[in-house]
Design a protein. Structure first.
Length: 266
């Protein structure tokens, strides 16, 4: 097998994966109305609520710790350089803008991918290995509606909420640093922070969080449905779900940031 055949086979496999992911996304999207509270089926939306607790509430402590540490570190690194020019106030702008635009959605997505993306893949992969998915199809029950859609809907709801909390904890950590280093009180810090943030930054962060939630849920479930073999395949699918979702999240972040930059420069 020559180099061209290897490259061609790899490209075809990746295109097939993207095609399968797109088909799964559309199937899950069309099944969302049947999972919504009140208008959907009770068993479906109650499962979505349980997933919201598992994805969002259980992940909040880790998101808070990671974001607070990141905000404090960013404030320290910024202050070490800006203090030479007497521009310590810009530390507030850097922390606020960085987390509302970039680091808040990105850190949240990485945490959720490591916690929930792998869990999605392992859960569905176990169902595939034990032939539960085949049993659902035999009973004319759509596995996408029963298994994937509640996870997808829950991710779409809680990941933006976690992103907001991530930015809030990072900003509070920056406020703590400014109080310790410059004795700046919280009301003054928040006033400067409100002047630094604009609606465009918030919209960008929330848009990214929605896209990241879609990627994490769809890739995690896709890897689970693709499991074949024994228990080892389940572990490999969980690892693959984290790796692929993290890569796609970073790539999507690059794409969205570039689009906003090009639109803003016109």
């Amino acid at each position: 097998m020559n180099v061209l055949e290897v490259i061609g086979r790899g490209v075809v496999q990746q295109l097939a994966y993207v095609g399968g992911l797109t088909t799964q996304f559309w199937s899950g999207l069309t099944a969302v109305p049947r999972v919504l509270p009140l208008v959907g089926r009770r068993g479906r939306w109650s499962a979505a609520i349980r997933q919201m607790c598992a994805i969002g509430v259980d992940a909040l402590p880790m998101v808070a710790i990671v974001s607070a540490c990141g905000g404090f570190i960013l404030a320290i690194q910024s202050a070490s350089e800006l203090s030479q020019f007497g521009a310590m106030q810009l530390v507030i702008d850097i922390v606020v803008i960085a987390f509302t635009r970039e680091l808040g959605p990105l850190l949240t997505a990485i945490v959720v991918s490591g916690r929930s993306g792998s869990a999605f893949s392992a859960e569905i992969g176990t169902m595939v290995v034990t032939e539960e998915i085949d049993a659902l199809r035999t009973m004319a029950i759509d596995p996408i509606e029963l298994v994937l859609t509640p996870k997808y809907l829950a991710s779409m709801v809680v990941v933006p909420c976690l992103t907001i909390m991530s930015s809030a904890f990072a900003i509070l950590a920056g406020a703590g640093f400014m109080y310790l280093s410059r004795n700046m009180t919280l009301p003054i810090f928040l006033r400067y922070a409100a002047q630094a943030v604009v609606l465009r930054d918030i919209v960008m962060g929330l848009l990214k969080s929605v896209v990241f939630a879609t990627i994490i849920a769809q890739v995690g479930c896709m890897e689970g449905f693709r499991v074949s073999g024994g228990p080892e395949a389940v572990g490999k699918s969980a690892t693959s779900a984290v790796v692929k979702s993290t890569f796609l999240v970073i790539f999507a972040d690059l794409f969205i940031t570039t689009m906003f930059y090009l639109l803003g420069s016109k």
